[in-house]
Design a binder for this molecule. Structure first.
Ligand SMILES: [Zn+2]
Ligand SMILES: [Zn+2]
Length: 469
């Protein structure tokens, strides 16, 4: 069944790949025909994945006509999205440096004849699509896609591997950006074909600098949420098969605080520690004491985890240095536990300073609050997934992740929800996030864009009593 569906999709993709969003270069390097041959080779040895109903077209005899139109448009546009995603994957940019990515996405959305607003000094953009003048002043539902990459060397042996040494889309933000663009393209195409069931108003928010937890605040400061009533986002998930949509109402990710500790002593000869004030002794004591104390002051049924990820001190085996540095992360699920843990780090510093005579300076760096998903929007996503992808698509997430996401900053202003998009296929998409071999099964592009477009439409559904029969 997988094979049959994919061949049909490829056939329609070939017919309708142009004109579209993908740039000439992308299509030259990776034409839909070439992609077709490669996926046929890949599928030759495919074994069935564990949720076939989620990917193959489910029986939708009772589906509303707009759902069938949406799925049809998404199938036609899939080859475009693969080309866009591969272009972004080849040309990753680090957090704070996303100018070419912004220009590429701005050019793609301008080809859709939509008003595009590039943010600040050229990093990030917003794109509005309002299908009817009657919603000109209505609150939009925003779709957020982050666009930055990571300082990781791409080790994949594929023709779309990164062309930038030491920089890679290892967190799937190329996929997020493509899916948000794809959702907008579905909606504009449906509008042009007169198959939108009712008026809609949406905004794509292409956000830089998620990996350093600065981009969401930057976009908000530049009024990306002005006129927005709700916001949706996604993150790729290699632990779920493609076609699965991970959903959780309430807490999805933890709050994260990065801390830096500078310990200043007095260096000297390793043979005469009594003449020194040893910052390495203080540094190791700080780590041991902080790990122990945090575990004793937090309510056991609450979750807090801290990890020191970096220690730097000294240069020689027989010299006690002047200074030691350490840094790490502290993650928590509720505000009071977070504050207790941060207070504990301060008190541990005072205690170590008393014991060792070193000066201990604690500095808090980047932080992101917890993502708390709105229950109503999770229901919207779940209902949309059932209708547009298939009844088996929603996949409940049992526990929040202790990872973090700066999407949380938007949720201080408007209700929102983030879902996890399965990207694992039979042969690709299993490598963890933030690793050099990370990749996705690109069928996830169609799943993600379909779901976001369906959720936007359903968000504006009039009450059943007001719908035309
Ligand atoms: Zn990441
Ligand atoms: Zn990410």
């Amino acid at each position: 069944m997988i094979k049959k569906t994919t061949f049909r999709q490829l056939a329609s993709s070939r017919r309708l790949a142009k004109p579209g969003l993908a740039d000439e270069a992308s299509l030259t390097i990776s034409s839909p025909m070439a992609f077709g041959r490669s996926i046929v080779r890949r599928l030759a040895s495919v074994r069935p994945i564990d949720c076939p109903n989620r990917l193959n077209k489910p029986n939708l005899p009772t589906a509303e006509p707009w759902i069938r139109s949406l799925r049809d448009v998404a199938e036609r546009l899939e080859a475009d999205w693969i080309a866009v995603r591969r272009h972004l994957h080849r040309h990753p940019e680090l957090s704070g440096d996303e100018r070419a990515t912004t220009q590429y996405l701005a050019a793609a959305t301008e080809r859709l004849d939509l008003p595009t607003r590039v943010i600040g000094e050229g990093r990030g953009l917003t794109v509005d699509f309002v299908s009817s003048a009657e919603l000109a002043e209505a609150n939009r539902i925003a779709l957020r896609g982050d666009i930055d990459a990571l300082p990781i060397e791409d080790h994949k042996a594929v023709d779309y591997r990164s062309t930038c040494p030491g920089v890679m889309h290892a967190c799937g933000h190329d996929v997020h950006a493509t899916i948000v663009l794809g959702a907008i393209q579905i909606l504009t195409t449906m509008h042009a074909e007169d198959s939108l069931p009712w008026p809609i108003a949406t905004r794509a928010i292409f956000q830089p600098a998620e990996e350093i937890a600065e981009g969401a605040q930057y976009m908000i400061q530049h009024h990306a949420l002005r006129g927005v009533g709700a916001i949706l986002a996604l993150h790729v998930d290699p632990t779920r098969t493609v076609g699965c949509i991970g959903l959780r109402a309430g807490l999805l990710t933890a709050a994260c605080d990065i801390f830096h500790v500078e310990i200043v002593g007095k260096g000297g000869h390793g043979a005469r520690p009594h003449q020194c004030v040893d910052p390495i002794d203080a540094c190791t004591s700080w780590v041991q004491t902080a790990y122990r104390r945090v575990g004793r002051v937090i309510d056991p049924i609450k979750t807090v985890v801290m990890s020191v990820g970096r220690i730097e001190a000294g240069h020689s085996a027989n010299v006690i240095p002047d200074v030691a540095h350490l840094s790490g992360s502290l993650r928590s699920l509720d505000k009071s536990s977070r504050q207790t843990a941060l207070d504990t780090l301060h008190s541990v510093g005072r205690s170590i300073a008393d014991q060792t005579g070193c000066e201990v300076k604690l500095r808090l760096g980047m932080s992101a609050p917890a993502v708390n998903n709105d229950g109503g929007l999770i229901r919207l996503l779940s209902d949309s997934a059932v209708q547009a992808i298939g009844p088996a698509a929603p996949d409940p997430i049992a526990h929040p992740s202790m990872g973090s996401e700066d999407f949380s900053y938007y949720l201080d202003h408007v209700p929102g929800a983030m879902f996890r998009l399965g990207v694992a296929g039979p042969q690709v998409g299993h490598e963890p996030l933030h690793t050099p071999a990370f990749d996705v099964d690109e069928r996830c592009l169609q799943v993600g864009a379909t779901l976001l477009a369906a959720a936007v439409i359903k968000h504006f559904a009039p009450p059943p009593s007001q719908r035309a029969s």
